[in-house]
Design a protein around this ligand. Structure first.
Ligand code: NCD
Length: 489
């Protein structure tokens, strides 16, 4: 594995190995020397700990470090695409880059385009893998184990990337997870679904901390991510509804187990103080040690990547195009009241979910075909679907691109090829494992969205959800979508 982009790329044994390596570096105070390798630190977004600990880690390994903190003073301000900025580092013979960006999937997009290792230091609300590794290291160091613990994540679970990555990492451990958030800042449903699917456990969803606090071994507090709320008055109003909602103070901690550790990725927000300053002096407070562990964990990560010593166990699918699954043809010719149009030659797209007929018509660009007659029938009664739309295209077979597009709309669709008024072939469309450049990501913060003008072609992996329904996962922002939910490009 060349890069560290998301915690999901790591297996349990890789996570354990990285924790052990970081703990041993901390204990022994001995760090491998990487011989003047050059590390670039590209922080497009604000940072204190991630940037400084990564840079210090690189220096401790004997690397040379250069980069920037914030877009001010860089050509980003002149409108430079992210890809160009990143390519420069490769051109200047850097050996690795650590980057943080506000768009989700930014680190993945860069990692795909450059040959040197990329470490994701945070991509919008999506992911923060190095933070999660240091969080786990801190839990392991203090409690001696991660398995068997009751771990509460509290605060901004909607926008907080540290909570997202930590939840996914905990899929590998035998823990009980409590998700405690104010209304409006809940953990996204698709992330909980992923957690349940992979861990076969269900997290407890709570609105209050006081009932949960006596049960917990670890309390992971997060800041309300003010910068992720909408700009302007609407965002201000939303923020004021949730700001200061939870506060961990000494009074509350009286109800906690003596060994409860309070963690926080930091910074805390001095205007709302999700952890009161007085807590710093209690044995519960682990967040300063946690931040210190960031140095050792990042030394471990950088040394592994610079030596190309991090293997991957994740398979990345490759594209084979859409698969057509032949269906039985009942009797070739249909007659009676459901017959809407008798075609001599052409294609009938049947079982379009009612209401999507016109969308299909437009997406397939059927309006532009001059010598074909196209008939769109809406709201036809159907035994299997109740109501359906049907499109008949006279004298035309569908192109591969059109079949692809149909497959992305619904799995229920059938394509019927007609010759001499008979159905000669009938298909369902199965999505390929990789879908590139055809649908747009539904996440407005995803790096691939055209309005961000970063020119990253979309890439989706098809997956099955718990109910065996086909779903699409964006390779960049990692979000999961139902097919049919996404707009075609
Ligand atoms: C976090 C981040 O940037 O996501 N901080 C960090 O990296 N230590 C959390 C936050 O900003 O609230």
């Amino acid at each position: 594995m060349k890069d560290l982009i998301t915690i999901r790329d790591l297996s349990r044994s890789q996570i354990d190995h990285m924790i052990e390596l970081a703990l041993s570096m901390k204990k022994d105070g001995v760090y491998p020397q990487m011989g003047s390798k050059k590390v670039a630190s590209l922080f497009f977004e604000n940072s204190t700990r991630t940037r400084l600990s990564s840079e210090t880690a690189a220096m401790n390994l004997g690397c040379l470090v250069n980069g920037f903190a914030g877009e001010e003073g860089t050509s980003v301000k002149k409108g430079e695409p992210l890809l160009d900025t990143a390519r420069m580092l490769e051109a200047y013979d850097y050996n690795l880059m650590v980057m943080r960006h506000s768009l989700e999937g930014a680190a993945r997009a860069i990692a795909e385009q450059v040959k040197i290792p990329v470490v994701n230091g945070g991509d919008g609300s999506n992911s923060h893998p190095t933070q999660t590794l240091l969080d786990l290291m801190t839990i392991k160091e203090y409690h001696g184990t991660i398995d068997g613990l009751k771990i509460g994540l509290i605060g901004d679970l909607r926008y907080g990337r540290t909570a997202h990555s930590l939840l996914h990492a905990l899929e590998h451990f035998n823990v009980e997870v409590y998700l405690i958030s104010p209304k409006g800042l809940d953990m996204p449903k698709w992330r909980i679904d992923d957690y349940e699917e992979r861990s076969k456990r269900t997290p407890k969803l709570l609105r209050q901390l006081d009932t949960a606090i006596p049960e917990l071994d670890v309390l992971y507090v997060t800041r309300i991510q003010r910068e992720r709320f909408a700009q302007g008055i609407d965002g201000e109003v939303e923020f004021s509804k949730v700001a200061g909602k939870f506060r961990v103070d000494c009074e509350l901690l009286k109800k906690a187990k003596t060994w409860l550790s309070v963690l926080h990725p930091l910074p805390r927000d001095k205007f709302n103080l999700e952890i009161a300053m007085e807590v710093d002096h209690t044995p519960h407070a682990r967040y300063i040690e946690q931040a210190r562990n960031g140095l050792f964990m990042r030394q471990a990560i950088l040394s592994l990547l610079l030596r190309n010593d991090l293997s991957t166990e994740r398979e990345i699918p490759i594209s084979h195009g859409p698969k057509l699954k032949a269906r039985a043809i009942p009797n070739g010719v249909k007659s009676g009241r459901r017959m809407i149009y008798r075609l001599s030659h052409g294609t009938v797209i049947d079982h379009i979910p009612a209401g999507l007929g016109m969308q299909v018509y437009q997406n397939l660009k059927l309006a532009g075909i001059s010598d074909a007659e196209v008939l769109v029938a809406l709201g036809i009664s159907s035994e299997s679907m109740g109501s359906k739309d049907v499109i008949a295209v006279h004298g035309q077979n569908l192109s591969v691109d059109q079949v692809y597009r149909l497959g992305l709309i619904s799995e229920k669709l059938t394509i019927n090829r007609i010759e001499n008024e008979r159905v000669v072939e009938k298909y369902h469309i199965e999505l390929p494992s990789l879908i590139e450049g055809i649908v747009q990501c539904g996440n407005v913060k995803c790096i691939t969205r055209p309005e961000h003008r970063e020119f990253i072609k979309t890439k989706f992996f098809s997956e099955k959800d718990r109910n065996n329904q086909p779903m699409l996962r964006c390779y960049y922002c990692e979000q999961l979508f139902e097919r049919g939910q996404l707009e075609l490009v």
